[in-house]
Design a binder for this molecule. Structure first.
Ligand SMILES: C[S@@+](CC[C@H](N)C(=O)[O-])C[C@H]1O[C@@H](n2cnc3c(N)ncnc32)[C@H](O)[C@@H]1O
Length: 264
């Protein structure tokens, strides 16, 4: 019995350590490596290999894995966004997804937008492989979706051209000086009365979660912690003329969905 328990515990530790090492190598580790090699100048240099290499994209993009990374709050966060889109009248209008994301957020957002009447949903991402992968997940909406290789900090989309814009866990991956740029772009492309739905991490209320989250960001996602203080999305959005925001926090404040509305 003791031997069995020892083997099981050892196996668990090896699996957890292996998973942590894999994600470290494919996220922060890759950024450190690029920095050391002087390769952080390209516009997509901040993008982790798990979002650019097609094999890695396919390997990681499993709903249970993605749900676990977001502490099983994934579905709840997406539901807040789709509920908001369901309340909108998007007849004859366009929606935008600014950057692809793993899991079923994209099919759920496109379904909600189409049900609310949207003519077209534009999917914009800086990485072509992510767009190709997204297209495979959205085959049933082939007639209503358009895929554009684009940078969230300088979108090709004209001013005031979309009524709903979804940005799901992009901000915490952007270098700090690009976070505000991405938010400005997200608002620029919104029509008056349009809404930006932003899913992100948030500073947890409980100190235990805060300590765990802090460690997670320090190890894996160096650009994430700033959302807790210097780069709070609500503060950045409120500083823009004519933008009002509501913030929904979930799971002891660990995550947030910000709904920002551009004045009509
Ligand atoms: C939205 S974030 C991560 C989401 C979250 N971790 C998940 O998958 O559930 C990852 C995506 O953002 C894209 N991305 C990163 N920087 C971008 C930028 N400046 N403009 C557009 N897309 C960007 C990446 O190519 C990738 O597809």
């Amino acid at each position: 019995m003791t031997t069995w328990l020892t083997y099981s515990m050892t196996a668990l530790v090896v699996v957890l350590a292996g998973t942590a090492l894999f994600f470290f190598t494919m996220t922060r580790g890759a950024l450190l490596m690029r920095g050391a090699m002087g390769q952080l100048t390209h516009e997509a240099a901040h993008v982790y290999p798990i979002y650019s290499n097609m094999r890695l994209i396919r390997f990681v993009d499993y709903q249970p894995v993605i749900a676990a990374i977001l502490l099983f709050q994934y579905s709840r966060l997406v539901s807040i966004i789709t509920h908001g889109i369901n309340q909108m009248d998007l007849r004859g209008k366009q929606a935008l997804i600014t950057s692809c994301a793993f899991g079923n957020v994209m099919p759920r957002v496109v379904e909600a937008a189409v049900k609310s009447g949207a003519d077209k949903v534009v999917v914009a991402d800086i990485i072509k492989n992510e767009l190709d992968h997204a297209q495979r997940k959205l085959t049933q909406y082939g007639g209503q979706t358009v895929y554009v290789q684009d940078n969230a900090i300088g979108l090709k989309q004209p001013d005031a051209s979309v009524s709903a814009n979804v940005m799901f866990f992009l901000l915490h991956e952007l270098p700090h000086h690009l976070k505000g740029e991405a938010l400005k772009e997200a608002i620029r492309v919104l029509q008056p009365g349009g809404k930006l739905f932003l899913g992100e991490f948030h500073k947890p209320r409980s100190w235990v979660l805060r300590a765990l989250s802090w460690t997670y960001f320090k190890v894996f996602e160096p650009y994430g912690l700033a959302l807790w203080n210097t780069h709070d999305p609500v503060e950045m959005l409120h500083a823009m003329p004519g933008v009002t925001c509501e913030r929904h926090v979930v799971f002891f404040g660990n995550f947030q969905v910000v709904v920002a509305t551009k004045a009509s």
